[in-house]
Design a protein around this ligand. Structure first.
Ligand SMILES: *Cc1c(COP(=O)(O)O)cnc(C)c1O
Length: 388
């Protein structure tokens, strides 16, 4: 099977992990702060707080922004469930904003409309999670302007978008958000095995994030409530978690970061090649807004089902039968059984639902070879059956 995504591990990556295994620290050593500082510098953020997954990163980002019971978090329904679950971890509620018909990202126009009516009902969100689907940034400047007008915080879920740029700046610099989250799961653009990071610029949030990552414990005297009893002393000042990443993982992530731009550029080349190979088919190719340089975590096409004799499911199955592990990103979160039984009235999500009826993710990863890409394109052409 040709997978839809796959990590690329070099000898340098392997060596850097072995180096940690032979060192004094497997966790809480020097590789974690090195990984944090290197990525912060790369994307132009003041700091990064590395954790064991992007899911944990989303959780502590929401906690640091004081999301809690009685609050609302809004996000896109076309995302991985973690972008919404973080609200529920905090005891807050979730609602969804429909997607933009061109980019499939959270639609700024739909957001504005929903904010205007939420203001009348006194139900404005505290946090909006802007998911950069497939590696293309949301229209952050517009969402930022809305956050000034309506008073909400912004978390960018950039799990797909490390190495991407919005208006010439790396995603993660935080020009138009409060915090940004990256994922280092192996299917993403750079990997640490498992891992995530929160990027930010506000120093008060930094203290909270560090504290939440490790049990709510502080060791800095300036942050303690009372005088130290002795050199062993530390204080638990809030309820945190063990969301720490290991030095073994941080070493892999750090080593991978050296090839970030290379990975993203290769993904863009492959996307351009797909665009050429698929241009005459009855499908919609990915649209990249001119403000964006996408990281192309995913290459998603949409079937023009009215022009094709085969159904979406038949096309999907035909590709899988030919050894191509096509996928679908994502099942709209509001249609998940768990979200349905929350009994919230999720409405006006028609774009998201029609996207779900048409979208297919084609394989895309740095080691995808030209002959494989040709095979995928030809197989797709055959799988569509007859078309006008
Ligand atoms: C992968 C992913 C996550 C979760 O990342 P983990 O590191 O696996 O926890 C969250 N949001 C989106 C959009 C993702 O694709």
């Amino acid at each position: 099977m040709i997978p839809y995504g796959r990590q690329n591990i070099s000898q340098d990556d392997i060596d850097s992990v072995i180096e940690v295994l032979k060192s004094d620290f497997l966790t809480q050593g020097p590789k974690v702060p090195d990984f944090e500082a290197t990525l912060a510098k790369k994307v132009g953020a003041s700091y990064g707080v590395a954790v064991n997954s992007a899911t944990s990163a989303l959780h502590i980002a929401c906690m640091a922004l004081d999301l809690g019971p009685g609050d609302f978090l809004w996000t896109s329904p076309i995302t991985f469930v973690a972008s919404a679950n973080c609200a529920l971890y905090c005891g807050a509620s979730v609602d969804f904003v429909d997607i933009d018909p061109a980019t499939y990202n959270l639609c700024a126009k739909a957001l504005e409309k929903k904010l205007v009516s939420a203001e009348k009902n006194g139900l404005l969100p505290k946090v909006v999670v802007a998911v950069h689907l497939c590696g293309q940034s949301c229209d952050m400047e517009r969402i930022w302007e809305l956050s000034r007008r309506f008073g909400f915080k912004i978390v960018e879920d950039a799990s797909h978008a490390i190495g991407a740029k919005y208006k010439e700046h790396y995603v993660g610099c935080g020009r138009f958000s409060d915090l940004t989250v990256f994922s280092f799961h192996p299917v993403k653009i750079v990997t640490s095995g498992e891992g995530g990071m929160v990027m930010g610029n506000d120093e008060t949030l930094l203290e909270k994030l560090r504290c939440l990552r490790s049990h709510g414990i502080v060791r800095d005297k300036a942050l303690m409530k009372r005088e130290a009893d002795g050199p062993w002393y530390y204080e638990q000042v809030s309820l945190g978690y063990n969301y720490r990443i290991t030095d073994i993982q941080a070493a892999l992530g750090l080593s991978q970061l050296a090839r970030l731009d290379e990975f993203v550029s290769r993904r863009n080349d492959l996307a351009v090649e797909y665009n050429k190979l698929l241009t005459d088919l009855p499908i919609r190719l990915p649209y990249i807004d001119p403000k964006n340089y996408s990281a192309f975590h995913l290459y998603v096409i949409r079937l023009k089902t009215e022009k094709i004799q085969k159904s979406h499911l038949e096309v999907f199955n035909a590709m899988r039968e030919k050894g191509i592990s096509v996928n679908l990103h994502y099942i709209p979160v509001h249609l998940q059984p768990f979200y349905k039984q929350l009994n919230t009235n999720f409405s006006n999500l028609n774009e998201a639902e029609s996207y779900y009826r048409e979208a297919i993710t084609l394989p895309l990863f740095p080691d995808l070879q030209p002959e494989k890409q040709l095979y995928i394109s030809q197989t797709l052409r055959e799988s569509l059956g007859g078309f006008d």
